[in-house]
Design a protein around this ligand. Structure first.
Ligand code: ZN
Ligand code: ZN
Length: 209
């Protein structure tokens, strides 16, 4: 599986373009904004998007999903239904951040814990990881030992829980009992900032020790 990280929005949110190398089929995790840039990157790689995946309902992760789903004629999967209230606030958040207007949408499929999502011949496992938002999910590729964790965990940090319906205890529980057990050697793409591994964070992240 090929991974291309494309930072989007003024918040430099890491949108991940994942390409199945045997079929050319692709998915984008968290297409939060800058749709023209996402379209041209997909085109430059000759990839064919098959679905869009959303970790949680914040505008910087989901803001361009509706436009791109319509452009490519593909479904949106995720987040978990508990983030429905956040999808409704996308335009309001965009206005506050002076960001081009994102559209409200409903995914074609709400994701549940342990749901599998497929593109080309690649499979990702979904884990429900509430705390930053109630309906936050993360995606894990067991073969490549690669995870896409949105705003649950960062290199040296953890997600904020002071935004609507965040819960600090729940966030720590998601990190300890969902993310870290996937293995120290798992690399992850956070929603913002550089990649890391679960082992590195388990050893050195001051927020989870
Ligand atoms: Zn967020
Ligand atoms: Zn974010």
């Amino acid at each position: 599986m090929k991974l291309v990280i494309i930072p989007v929005t003024p918040l430099q949110q890491n949108c991940s373009l994942l390409i199945c190398e045997s079929t050319g089929k692709a998915t984008l995790v968290d297409p939060g904004g800058d749709p023209a840039r996402l379209k041209s990157t997909v085109e430059a790689h000759g990839a064919q998007p098959e679905r869009l995946l959303i970790t949680h309902g914040h505008f910087d992760h989901a803001g361009a999903a509706a436009e791109l789903a319509e452009f490519w004629g593909i479904p949106i999967e995720g987040p978990h239904r508990d983030d429905e209230f956040l999808l409704d606030s996308i335009p309001e958040w965009c206005r506050q951040f002076g960001h081009p207007m994102g559209q409200i949408f409903r995914p074609d499929r709400w994701l549940e814990d342990r749901d599998e999502v497929i593109f080309g011949e690649e499979r990702l496992m979904t884990y429900h990881c509430p705390g930053h938002t109630p309906g936050h999910v993360i995606f894990f590729h067991p073969g490549d030992k690669l995870a896409f964790v949105g705003d649950v965990l960062f290199r040296g940090g953890i997600g904020r829980t002071d935004l609507g319906r965040g819960n600090h205890a729940q966030l720590l529980d998601s990190i300890q009992n969902r993310l870290l057990p996937l293995g120290d050697d798992v690399r992850f793409v956070p929603g913002h900032g550089p990649m890391s591994t679960f082992g590195e964070e388990r050893r050195s992240n001051p927020f989870i020790r």
